[in-house]
Design a protein around this ligand. Structure first.
Ligand SMILES: [Zn+2]
Length: 164
């Protein structure tokens, strides 16, 4: 018998990515140490991007997040739908932006790429696969509703949809 409720993704089906290996935007170049991103001033040293003072000898190179934003190639997407959009649109967007600020302060590469507002949905695209989940969890925690996560099989990509 078919259940009318779509099955929740089980933890077993979720993929845990090693970012540098699976994100093509992180794997594509070997960076000088230190490097600074001319787009956001994130600093790359010892194999990772972080916020900090710009070293004098840093070479300029766009970080993977700025490169994705420039190319308009997201790694994640959150779709918000349902009746709450009409009445709570600003609140929901503020929640998403707040989660981005928290995430980005620790992880410079995890950011909102774009927000597209349509009459019946809001589409938030991200530069990574962690922020969509964080936003989805926060929406679900604050407003309940239906949360669905779909990891792409072969790609570094996460699609989250939240409906209420
Ligand atoms: Zn950058």
């Amino acid at each position: 018998m078919q259940s009318p409720v779509p099955p929740k993704p089980s933890p077993r089906r979720e993929k845990h990515f090693h970012e540098a290996r699976n994100d093509p935007y992180q794997a594509r170049v070997k960076l000088a140490d230190p490097t600074v991103c001319p787009g956001c001033n994130a600093v790359h040293t010892a194999g990772r991007w972080h916020w900090g003072d710009r070293p004098d000898n840093a070479r300029p190179h766009l970080c993977p997040a700025c490169q994705r934003i420039k190319d308009k190639v997201p790694a994640g997407i959150v779709l918000l739908r349902g009746e709450d959009l009409a009445t709570h649109r600003d609140e929901l967007l503020n929640l998403a932006r707040h989660q981005e600020a928290l995430e980005k302060s620790d992880h410079p590469l995890n950011r909102i790429l774009a927000i597209v507002k349509r009459p019946d949905e809001i589409e938030i695209t991200t530069t990574d696969i962690h922020l969509p989940r964080r936003i989805g969890d926060a929406l679900h925690h604050a407003h309940k509703g239906e949360l669905d996560l779909t990891y792409a099989d072969e790609e570094y990509f996460l699609r989250v949809s939240w409906t209420r």
